[in-house]
Design a protein around this ligand. Structure first.
Ligand code: PHE
Length: 437
C-alpha cells in the first residue's frame, strides 16, 4: 500500500473493481435518460455522436480520474488538496456535492421504478398518464424514495468489499442477462423494424448540429459517471496493478452497450404500440408513461416483461446509487475522520430528507437534473482532466503502472489528448451550457 494509508479499504479483485465501476456507470442514465435524449437529438445521429463522445472524450476523462484516485488514495476533496494544493479544494467540493445532488433525485426516480415493478406483478391498471401522476407525487413518491435510500445506505455501510463489490458481482451479471433477454423479446414485436430504423439511420444534418453534439457529450459524461468524483473514489480503493486505460475502456464499453441495448428495447416497444408521437416529448416522465402503456396493452405477457423491465432498471439504478453515496461517505470518513457507519448514516439521512423536494415536485427534479447534468458534470470533468494532465507531477508513471505492453504504447497519445484535446472541448461545452442557463 503505497501511501501508508493502511486502514484504507480495497477492492478484492480486478473484476470486482470493473463491475463496481460499470455498475456506477450503467444506470437510469442508460435506460431512462439515453433513449429520450436520443429521441430528442434526432435518433441515430445522436447515437453516432454519443459513441464518439464516449470513446474519444469520455475514456480519457475516466482514465484521468483513475490516475488521480489511485495515485492519491484519497476521496476527491483530499485528492484535489494533495495534488493541487488549497486552490483546488473547491473543485473537490464540487465533485462531492454534485453526486449528492444526483443521488437525491435518482433515488426518487428509482422509487418510481420500484413502484412500477410492483405494479407489474399485480397487473398494470388505469390510464398510464394518471397512474404516473399518482406514482410520482405525494406520499407514495416520498415513501418509495425512502425505501431506496435505506437500501443504498445499508449496502454502503457494509463497506467497499462486503457491500459495494459484492453487490456488483451479483447484480451486474443478472442485469446483463435480463437486458439481453429484453432485447430478444423486443425484436419479436411487430413494430421493431420501424423502431430500429428511427434509432439506427442517422441524418447527416443532425450530426453537425452543435446543440446535439453538446447534448451527446453531456449525456456521455453523466452516463459514464465521470466528473463526479465517483471514479476517483473507486480508484482510490485500488492497490494492485490494474491497467487503468484498459479498465476505462472496458467500463465505457459496458456502459455504452447497455445504453445501446436500452434503445433496442425501448424504440421497438414504442413503435409497436404506435406511441411514436410521444418520443419527442422529452419530459422526465415520458418513458414512465409510454413503456407501462405498452405493457398494459400486452396483457399477461406485458405483466411478465414489465416486471423484468422495471427490475432491470431498478438494479441498474441501485448500483449507481451506491457509488453516488460512496463519494459522500468516503469524503466524510477522510475529511472528518468519522467511521463508515456514522458517515453512511449521516449522508443517507440528509439525502433522504433532501429527496422530499424532488419527490414532491417534478419541476424541482427537472431543475436538479439540468443543473447536475449540464453544468456540474461538465465542470467536474474539466477540473479532473486539468488536475491529472497539468497539475499532477508525473501522470505518465501512474498511467504506466500495471499497463499492458500494448496500451503502454498509447500512453503518450492518451496524455496528449488528456492535456489538450479534452480540456479544450469540455471547456467549450461548459461555456455554452453555462451561458445557456
Ligand atoms: N452513470 C449513472 C447513470 O448512467 C449516473 C451517475 C452519474 C452515477 C454520476 C454516478 C455518478 O445512470
Amino acid at each position: 500500500m503505497s501511501s501508508g494509508n493502511s486502514s484504507r479499504e480495497y477492492f478484492g479483485s480486478k473484476v470486482g473493481f470493473v463491475l463496481a465501476a460499470a455498475g456506477s456507470a450503467v444506470g437510469l442514465g442508460n435506460m431512462w435518460r439515453f433513449p429520450y435524449q436520443a429521441a430528442e437529438g434526432g435518433g441515430a445521429a445522436f447515437v453516432v455522436l454519443y459513441i464518439l463522445m464516449t470513446f474519444l472524450i469520455g475514456v480519457p476523462i475516466m482514465t484521468s480520474e483513475f490516475i488521480i484516485g489511485r495515485s492519491a488514495k484519497r476521496s476527491p476533496i483530499g485528492a484535489f488538496r494533495l495534488i493541487g494544493g488549497r486552490r483546488w479544494v473547491p473543485v473537490g467540493y464540487l465533485v462531492v456535492f454534485a453526486p449528492f445532488l444526483i443521488l437525491v433525485y435518482f433515488s426518487v426516480i428509482s422509487g418510481w421504478t420500484l413502484r412500477y415493478a410492483i405494479d407489474a406483478i399485480s397487473g398494470f391498471s388505469g390510464e398510464p398518464a394518471i397512474r404516473f401522476a399518482e406514482i410520482s407525487s405525494g406520499t407514495p413518491a416520498v415513501l418509495y424514495h425512502l425505501i431506496l435510500m435505506t437500501v443504498t445506505t445499508v449496502v454502503v455501510m457494509r463497506g467497499v468489499r462486503a457491500g459495494i463489490e459484492r453487490a456488483a458481482l451479483i447484480l451486474m451479471p443478472v442485469l446483463l442477462v435480463l437486458i439481453i433477454a429484453l432485447v430478444a423479446w423486443a425484436a419479436t414485436l411487430p413494430g421493431s423494424a420501424q423502431g430500429y430504423e428511427f434509432y439506427l439511420s442517422p441524418s447527416i444534418d443532425d450530426l453537425l448540429e452543435p446543440s446535439v453534439i453538446k447534448q451527446a457529450a453531456a449525456q456521455a459524461f453523466l452516463s459514464l459517471s465521470v466528473g463526479m468524483g465517483v471514479m476517483i473514489t473507486y480508484a482510490s480503493y485500488l492497490d494492485r496493478g490494474n491497467d487503468l486505460t484498459q479498465e476505462a475502456i472496458t467500463v465505457s464499453l459496458l456502459d455504452f452497450s447497455v445504453a445501446f441495448l436500452g434503445g433496442l428495447i425501448v424504440f421497438p416497444v414504442i413503435f409497436a404500440l404506435g406511441l411514436s408521437d410521444q418520443l419527442g416529448e422529452s419530459t422526465i416522465g415520458a418513458l414512465f408513461i409510454s413503456i407501462p402503456a405498452a405493457f398494459t396493452e400486452m396483457g399477461a405477457a406485458g405483466q411478465i416483461v414489465g416486471l423484468v423491465f422495471f427490475s432491470t432498471l431498478l438494479v441498474a439504478a441501485l448500483t449507481s446509487s451506491f457509488s453516488l453515496l460512496e463519494v459522500v461517505v468516503a469524503s466524510l470518513m477522510d475529511e472528518l475522520k468519522l467511521t463508515r457507519k456514522k458517515s453512511a448514516l449521516i449522508a443517507g439521512t440528509v439525502a433522504a430528507v433532501a429527496g422530499i423536494l424532488p419527490a414532491s415536485s417534478q419541476s424541482a427534479l427537472g431543475a436538479m437534473d439540468k443543473l447536475a447534468g449540464d453544468v456540474f458534470v461538465v465542470a467536474g470533468a474539466l477540473g479532473s482532466v486539468l488536475l491529472a494532465g497539468w497539475v499532477l507531477k508525473d501522470p505518465a508513471t501512474e498511467l504506466l503502472k500495471g499497463a499492458s505492453k500494448f496500451l503502454a504504447r498509447t500512453a503518450p497519445g492518451l496524455l496528449f489528448v488528456i492535456r489538450y484535446v479534452v480540456p479544450a472541448f469540455v471547456a467549450i461545452v461548459l461555456w455554452s451550457n453555462i451561458s445557456w442557463f
